[in-house]
Ligand binder design. Structure first.
Ligand SMILES: NC(=O)c1ccc[n+]([C@@H]2O[C@H](COP(=O)([O-])OP(=O)(O)OC[C@H]3O[C@@H](n4cnc5c(N)ncnc54)[C@H](O)[C@@H]3O)[C@@H](O)[C@H]2O)c1
Ligand SMILES: O=C(O)[C@H](O)COP(=O)(O)O
Length: 526
């Protein structure tokens, strides 16, 4: 039975799903060195933002097939290292959207009305109505940085509260922004005009310290900033200084450069600063949503099924896989075959989608071709996650072409591999019942199903060759299951394709090429 490690607090609903297919160990609060020590036993790791999944942990996770992040941000996972090792990384892109948006809105209103400090003062026994005079959000301008899932919900609610909406998001269309009642502006205009600035972007090299001393200097003294996205998008020291000096009115932060928040000048600020301990996703509803969403994906991957929200298999969602599955199997078989025919180091793979397939998404078929091509070198270590990166690291260049005019079969795939030992090409198609047919080999038309052990020869089309080869194989006790000859012209060059019941014993290939008329011979195992 598979083993899953849950290293952050996850709702029981998720644990129950995982327990259907795996032994589940819940061990929270592990130190990195403790995690490195035990991760090698596990097939899957389920986390939230508390566990930092470093390269070292990933490399120690020799059995890991999947890392499931019960939430949105995967910045605590070394996704590149996971990809390199063929580990799928999944998240729950929508499970906590509403929770995070509502937290940002709650922070905005709390900050405007000093609710946390007013509450604390009443609880201390005071009745101070002067200190806590606030500001209304009605008719004020909110600047939303990042108009994705969370930013969009914030926009909808802010509009309903009578706010004017500005948004900065270089990847969103003007139409989408207008639908949400937002005016798309550049970042400079947004920071100059907004009374409230709320961040809903991922932390990337481009967004790190997006809000810095320079940006803060452009804001109005009445501006308040809300960050429920990621720590590090705001330069915390510059923010504390700007608030202390009255450059801006305040900030409400849920996320920090380093979590848990340690020594920080933000802690010493008064009612103009609200700090929460990364609570954006901490609602009962969101935690159930993300736990179920991610646990289902871990369960599926452990059962050999695709995951719906894999962050490191772009373009290979379950819908695509479902539709293209038979063709991906075809591409993988052809890749494996052409890789063995080419032998040696392949430098260039040309993937041509033909007939009806020419209008299809090529990326999944390219990935499947590469997976097949690399199978002899990497065996089970190559999968859809790491095939492209493994190929790139081996210097294999991929060219994709399309030819809708080739209509011998409804759709076919042609792979041509060029390497240190020459160029070979194979074409394959699917029959009506989904069975694979090899339809061309190095330019010779054939029509054979692939089989486990195959022998291909290139010979001169002349009487007696087939008999001689049959006798030779017979003398080594090799049984031929089927045989077909493909030729372009009578008595010209031809290929012979044989399916064998057993693998070809060592040394016979050389004997075969000694048969007069046979130029080359290749054996493959599929
Ligand atoms: N505090 C929490 O507990 C909590 C909970 C959930 C999500 N989050 C964080 O909130 C953020 C947003 O989540 P989401 O689900 O809305 O993501 P999303 O992918 O739906 O939206 C992000 C938006 O940011 C935009 N964007 C990317 N780079 C940008 C840039 N350089 N400048 C401006 N816009 C840019 C994208 O175009 C996208 O529209 C993420 O960082 C996520 O990790 C925090
Ligand atoms: O990206 C997210 O989903 C949030 O930051 C939530 O993090 P959490 O799961 O640790 O609460």
């Amino acid at each position: 039975m598979s083993k899953v490690l849950v290293s952050d607090p996850i709702d029981q609903a998720g644990i129950d799903i995982l327990s259907q297919v795996a032994t589940v160990d819940v061990k929270t609060g592990l130190k990195p060195e403790e995690l490195v020590k035990i991760i090698g036993e596990y097939d899957a790791l389920m986390i939230r933002s508390g566990t930092r999944v470093t390269k070292e942990i990933i490399e120690a996770g020799t059995q890991l097939k999947i890392i499931g992040r019960a939430g949105v941000g995967v910045d605590n996972v070394d996704v590149a290292a996971a990809t390199r090792q063929g580990i799928v990384v999944v998240n729950s892109p929508e499970g906590n959207t509403i929770a995070a948006a509502e937290h940002a809105l709650a922070m905005m209103l709390s900050l405007s009305r000093h609710i946390p400090d007013a509450n604390a003062s009443v609880k201390r026994g005071e009745w101070d109505r002067k200190t806590f005079v606030g500001a209304e959000v009605y008719k004020k301008t909110i600047g939303i940085v990042g108009l994705g899932k969370i930013g969009s919900h914030v926009a909808t609610v802010a509009k309903a509260m009578g706010m004017k909406l500005l948004a900065y998001d270089p990847f969103i269309s003007t139409e989408r922004a207008e639908q949400l009642g937002c005016q798309l502006v550049d970042m400079d205009l947004l920071v100059q005009q907004a009374d409230y600035i709320t961040l809903h972007i991922p932390k990337t090299p481009e967004t790190t310290h997006l809000i810095n001393a320079n940006m803060l200097a452009k804001m109005k003294p009445t501006t308040r900033i809300i960050n429920c996205a990621r720590g590090g998008i705001i330069d915390e020291e510059a923010l504390a200084t700007a608030i202390k000096e009255g450059q801006i009115a305040g900030a409400a932060l849920d996320v920090f450069e380093s979590e848990p928040l340690g020594e920080s000048s933000l802690r010493s600020l008064g009612k103009e600063v609200i700090l929460t301990p990364h609570l954006g996703a901490s609602t009962t509803e969101a935690q159930v949503n993300v736990a179920i969403d991610v646990a289902e994906q871990i369960r599926d991957v452990l059962l050999g099924l695709p995951a719906r929200s894999a962050v490191n298999i772009p373009g290979l969602g379950p819908d695509v896989l479902e539709e293209l599955k038979p063709y991906m199997q075809l591409a993988e078989t052809l890749g494996n075959l052409v890789g063995q025919l080419a032998g040696g180091r392949v430098e260039l793979l040309n993937v041509r989608l033909q007939g009806e397939l020419a209008t299809n998404k090529s990326q999944p078929l390219v990935v499947a071709s590469l997976k097949g091509l690399l199978f002899q070198a990497l065996r089970e270590r190559v999968n859809y996650v790491n095939a492209s990166i493994e190929a790139k690291e081996r210097g294999i260049r991929v060219i994709e072409t399309r030819d809708a005019a080739i209509k011998d079969y409804a759709g076919s795939i042609h792979l041509e591999a060029t390497g240190s030992l020459g160029t070979h090409a194979v074409t394959g198609a699917l029959l009506g019942d989904g069975e694979i047919r090899l339809t061309n080999l190095d330019g010779f038309p054939i029509n054979v199903p692939p089989s486990h052990h195959m022998l291909f020869t290139v010979h001169r089309d002349m009487p007696g060759i087939i008999g001689k080869l049959g006798s030779l194989l017979g003398s080594f006790n090799v049984n031929i299951a089927s045989m077909q000859v493909g030729r372009k012209i009578v008595r010209g060059d031809a290929v012979m394709v044989l399916s064998l019941d057993d693998p070809l014993p060592d040394g016979i290939l050389t004997e075969i090429t000694k048969v007069p008329g046979i130029r080359d011979a290749y054996t493959v195992t599929l």
